[in-house]
Design a protein around this ligand. Structure first.
Ligand SMILES: NC(=O)c1ccc[n+]([C@@H]2O[C@H](COP(=O)([O-])OP(=O)(O)OC[C@H]3O[C@@H](n4cnc5c(N)ncnc54)[C@H](O)[C@@H]3O)[C@@H](O)[C@H]2O)c1
Ligand SMILES: O=C(O)C(=O)C[C@]1(C(=O)O)C=C[C@@H](O)C=C1
Length: 289
């Protein structure tokens, strides 16, 4: 079977996700050239050095030269990026993205791109890590990982299929969801855990004996707070973009914490164990599946 070729691919935002995608596309041999658009010169140089991109361009040149543009900037940067691209976007060029939230990015695309919104097929790779920047890039980051595509009514079946194959070419397992389903689900299973991890870290470092506590940590604390080292800019943007779903999940979580607090205050060992047993079984089942 002949390999697909996605031609000239521009990656806007060549950080962990963008640079990993550049490396993966080149390793898969499915592109003619990868161009990078960035905000920081030193990060672009790093992306060039590791071979994630073949050259650096500005957004206008990326829009003019590319067959496919992949937006890998923090979600609050998407609107301005669409606006800069739109006047120069050829009708053959498709856009996809890696943003962690979908409702806000889709709204920005529709408002800014207008009729050209049909050229944008929204996506979200469920792969990443707490490190950021091109220096953290990995060629196999997407291998065996889900990519959620949230197609627009305006997208043609051919364009959706092309973007599906594009993400599959870097080893991803593509699933389709509506943007509403996507934002509700990831508020619970991605956004909430990151907020809780940041909150635990903040709580410990705000205590008077923080240094003493931190000098005694074990694996449990390290596991729970691994993702508190994530990019503050990226997670600020996600919190603001998906606030409705996140607040709903936070309220549900706080109610359970309040319940647990009462069980502990009441010395209700049986109640505590029942709650822990249910959660523990569900977590073990996850590893078994
Ligand atoms: N890190 C993860 O685990 C993860 C996973 C899936 C999706 N995402 C999403 O992917 C996107 C990128 O995340 P990341 O982890 O690669 O972050 P990152 O901080 O590693 O990379 C983002 C890059 O975008 C650049 N940038 C910012 N604004 C820009 C602009 N206006 N124009 C050009 N470049 C700009 C930054 O300089 C940086 O190099 C975000 O939308 C994030 O929500 C992240
Ligand atoms: O691997 C990690 O550390 C991640 O946090 C990746 C992770 C997540 O699973 O929540 C983070 C943000 C995303 O948008 C998608 C994936």
């Amino acid at each position: 079977m002949t390999k697909p070729n996605y031609g000239v691919v521009s990656i806007v935002g060549v950080g962990l996700i963008g640079a990993s995608l550049g490396l993966a596309l080149k390793q898969a041999g499915v592109v003619t050239k990868v161009l990078g658009v960035g905000r920081s010169q030193s990060n672009l140089e790093q992306a060039l050095k590791i071979g994630a991109i073949d050259g650096a361009v500005d957004l206008v040149d990326a829009a003019k030269q590319s067959d496919l543009i992949v937006l890998c900037v923090p979600v609050a940067q998407m609107r301005a990026t669409f606006a800069a691209i739109e006047p120069h976007l050829a009708s053959k060029t498709l856009i996809t993205d890696a943003g962690s939230t979908k409702g806000d990015v889709i709204l920005a695309a529709k408002e800014v791109l207008g009729k050209k919104a049909c050229q944008f097929v929204p996506a979200h790779p469920i792969a990443g890590g707490a490190q950021h920047g091109a220096s953290a890039a990995k060629a196999d980051l997407f291998f065996g990982k889900q990519v959620i595509i949230c197609p627009l009514q305006e997208n043609s079946p051919q364009d959706i299929a092309l973007i599906e194959k594009f993400w599959q070419a870097v080893g991803a397992l593509v699933k389709m969801l509506s943007s509403v389903q996507h934002d509700a689900i990831y508020a619970a299973v991605s956004h909430l855990p990151h907020i809780l991890s940041y909150a635990l870290m903040a709580s410990v470092i705000n205590s008077e004996d923080a240094a003493d506590k931190l000098s005694h940590i074990g694996a449990g604390f390290k596991d729970f707070t691994r993702i508190a080292a994530s990019s503050p800019e990226m997670w600020r943007d996600i919190c603001l973009a998906n606030s409705t779903s996140i607040l709903k999940e936070l309220d549900q979580y706080l109610a359970i914490v309040q319940h647990l607090r009462k069980l502990i205050a009441d010395n209700d060992g049986a109640g505590i164990e029942r709650l822990f047993a249910k959660a523990s079984k569900a977590r073990q089942d996850l590893d078994a599946s």
